[in-house]
Design a protein around this ligand. Structure first.
Ligand code: NAI
Length: 504
């Protein structure tokens, strides 16, 4: 039985900024009377006209009939005194992101609303436990974390502090579902689910750039065309704004007592120092001036047509090569892990070691590594790197074969784990650690990453598809390569690997 609050119940929204206006719209469209409050009258005006315009657009797109739309608009009541919140059954707070300000507001609210009223906060970084601590009834305080823009993004993280009651968390979960959202349960820990697990997406891109593995445009194209992400890390950080993205990274890093896993990037700090905050200031990693030329990704031109391609093991890229290249023979090279021998070059999938280290370990100079793709059959680009020992000519044959297979080959310098593989391995690792620490279930974790940041696949499902063993090996190799605690594997990964169990 659902514990969602009834449609006839009144919902209060405090803070009429970007998030509060969106949340008010969602609640009104779900049938609630909404009391919207803000200290700033201009914010209230803007929210009211913004909601009306959004609903009008839904009517024009025929997603809503006109009278239903008008009734939803009329259900949003602007209030100018907090005392008018007394009839609310659920209040969602979306004011300034400061603990003292939120505590003061909730304490004042406690004196106004009934003892059954649920007090929800849309905070993205403050402990729910800490917000609730000074309250008379801390069990009714819960996180209700929407994503921006709230009317469009379906994820809601329902976050429990230490004192939050089961019934309150359940009521907010069911209410979110009744509002057409996809809620997940999370324990109040820094970054909750999405803002924690997504960190490596930005961090590994920034590391790669810092180590001169490639330029931003090349990494972006690999993450998009090969990794299957909607945007590359640099274009996405430019969209989010470096001030915001850097502040989230810093806050998660500080909150985890400087765990090196979350170390912020000096490159991003410099962008913030410069005021190059991304699209909103016209410049971030990219220049958004009207006359600026968008830098193109580097596509390999050093290539030649190979005279002989011998396929190796039945790995995913093998299938794609076989389908895409007509003149692959029937002979086979059974070297463990080999994708193909292309003239003198030996092509392998990256396993977290550099090509240079693998060449040394195998005693074969001409080692070329390819990066992970979400789906080689449909990928448009693949990244390639070569060992320092590998001859330019041997590499050119491998690049030629992949170009013949209709991939745009993006050259990377020989960085351990390349771009997609190390990013995905670290996303799986962070996801596993969150589950291992009881932040959420595996199912909620994957749902959160698919709906909150549009990943093509939940990280845990992705890890299972690749094999936990492969992910573990990549992490072990990265940790050995860098000698940094940052790349340590979550204890859940070896536990699953050696027991044969799965996340899901
Ligand atoms: P915003 O700056 O657009 O809006 C905040 C509004 O709260 C302003 O209109 C301000 O006048 C009002 N306000 C501040 N203190 C107040 C108080 N004591 N009483 C009443 N009104 C007050 O901020 P935004 O982006 O809407 O964020 C609000 C909350 O949502 C923050 O806690 C933020 O961390 C969280 N959040 C923000 C997301 C985003 O992408 N912007 C995403 C998810 C959560």
């Amino acid at each position: 039985m659902t514990q969602a609050i009834q449609t006839s119940a009144i919902v209060g929204v405090i803070g009429a900024g970007a998030m509060g206006a969106g949340i008010a719209q969602v609640a009104a469209l779900a049938g609630h009377t909404v009391l919207l409050y803000d200290l700033d009258a201009k914010a209230l005006d803007k929210a009211r006209s913004g909601i009306a315009a959004n609903v009008q657009r839904l009517i024009e797109k025929k997603k809503l009939d006109e009278s239903a739309g008008q009734r939803a608009i009329d259900r949003v009541r602007i209030i100018t005194s907090l005392a008018d919140m007394r009839t609310a059954s659920l209040v969602v707070e979306a004011i300034a992101e400061r603990l003292d300000v939120k505590r003061a507001l909730f304490s004042e609210l406690e004196g106004i609303v009934s003892s059954e009223c649920i007090l929800a906060t849309n905070t993205s970084s403050i402990s729910i436990t800490a917000i609730a601590a000074p309250m008379k009834y801390p069990s009714r305080v819960v996180g209700m974390h929407f994503f921006n823009p709230a009317p469009l993004m379906v994820l809601v993280e329902v976050v429990r502090g230490l004192a939050t009651s089961d019934a309150v968390a359940r009521a907010v979960y069911d209410t979110s579902a009744a509002w057409g959202k996809k809620p997940v349960h999370a324990k109040s820990t820094p970054g909750f689910i999405v803002n924690r697990v997504a960190r490596p997406f930005y961090a590994e891109g920034l590391r790669l750039l810092n180590e001169q593995g490639a330029d931003a445009a090349s990494i972006d194209i690999v993450m998009r065309d090969s990794g299957g992400f909607r945007m590359g890390p640099f274009e996405l950080m430019d969209l989010i704004g470096h001030d915001v993205n850097f502040a989230v990274t810093q806050s998660v890093f500080n909150a985890y007592f400087n765990d090196p896993r979350f170390t912020p990037s000096l490159i991003q700090q410099e962008l913030v120092n410069a005021g190059f905050l991304g699209r909103k200031t016209g410049r971030g990693f990219y220049d958004y001036a009207a006359d600026a030329e968008k830098p193109a990704a580097r596509i390999e031109t050093n290539m030649r047509t190979p005279s002989k391609i011998v396929l190796g093991q039945r790995v995913p890229l093998y299938e794609a090569l076989q389908a895409r290249i007509a003149e692959v023979g029937n002979s086979r090279n059974e070297m463990p892990g080999l994708i193909a021998q292309i003239d003198d070059a030996y092509l392998f999938l990256t396993d977290g070691r550099t090509a240079t280290e693998r060449a040394h370990a195998l005693g074969i100079d001409n080692i070329v590594l390819v990066d992970l793709a979400l789906d080689y059959a449909n990928a448009r680009s693949v990244a390639l790197t070569r060992a320092r020992q590998c001859t330019v000519d041997a590499y050119a044959a491998a690049a030629g074969a992949l170009t013949q297979a209709a991939y745009a080959v993006v050259p990377l310098n020989d960085i351990a784990g390349m771009a997609v593989m190390r990013t995905v391995a670290m996303l799986v690792n962070e996801a596993a650690d969150a589950v291992n620490q009881g932040v959420c279930t595996s199912a909620d974790l994957d749902l959160a990453m698919e709906k909150g940041v549009n990943y093509p696949l939940g990280p845990l499902a992705w890890g299972e598809r690749l094999g936990i063993e492969r992910i573990h090996d990549v992490l072990i190799h990265l940790a050995a390569h860098y000698g940094e605690d940052r790349y340590r594997a979550s204890p859940l990964i070896p536990a699953l690997r050696y027991s044969g169990q799965r996340f899901h």
